[in-house]
Design a protein around this ligand. Structure first.
Ligand code: MLT
Length: 206
């Protein structure tokens, strides 16, 4: 596997349609978000890598020092590596720059990509996200569509933390919709409904 290679699944959609980049949570893998993605975007192409960092055997997308405390050098390196993988996959599979859909740790690496390599993404659905970097450099996100969904009772990623990420991304020019639903850290039907209607606004009929 080349340096920027990831174990991944690719499911081809209709060629002219937009693709989703699926980024699982801690302990997940490339299969986890496929059923959810198929409900949100039935005909889109799906690119779903497995995180390469292992925490007690559980795949993740970057190292952390404790829950919610990130190794920021690793966040930077891994976000760039993932962006390289996406760039290569676009050529290999003939897809447009994808909208990322990440859950928890996957949402955090997607947020890091937005802050470090925004040109590789066309937007993002961030489910249970928080700021991945304490002091990111300003970046141009002009009009980038981003949906952030937080759980009001989430003990791992507080909605206030997601709100900080939302204002940061807005300050850099993104079109952010931040919704807080009555849920915890787990994903529920309300996430699907919100993500579906947001997706249909970005990519009608896909
Ligand atoms: C993270 O490490 O990205 C966050 O703490 C969320 C998690 O994966 O538990």
């Amino acid at each position: 596997m080349e340096r920027s290679g990831f174990i991944h699944r690719f499911e081809k959609g209709q060629p002219e349609k937009r693709a989703l980049l699926l980024l699982h949570g801690t302990g997940g893998d490339e299969n986890d978000l496929i059923p959810l993605a198929r409900r949100i975007a039935p005909t889109a192409s799906l690119l779903s890598p497995r995180g390469k960092v292992l925490e007690d055997g559980m795949p993740r997308f970057f190292r952390r020092l404790a829950e919610g405390v990130f190794d920021e050098d690793d966040v930077r390196q891994r976000a760039n590596e993932l962006a390289d993988f996406v760039a290569n996959a676009r050529t290999r599979y003939g897809i447009a720059s994808p909208i990322a859909m990440g859950y928890s740790n996957g949402a955090n690496i997607a947020a890091a990509m937005l802050l470090l390599r925004p040109s590789e993404l066309a937007g993002a659905i961030l489910l249970r996200a928080m700021p991945p970097l304490a002091h990111p450099q300003p970046v141009k996100l002009d009009g980038m569509p981003i949906l952030i969904v937080s759980g009001a009772r989430d003990p791992i990623v507080r909605p206030e933390s997601a709100a900080k990420l939302a204002s940061l991304l807005e300050r850099y020019g993104a079109e952010v919709e931040h919704r807080v639903i009555p849920a915890g850290h787990e994903l529920s039907q309300a996430n699907v409904a919100l993500a579906q209607s947001w997706w249909n606004k970005q990519a009608p009929n896909s």
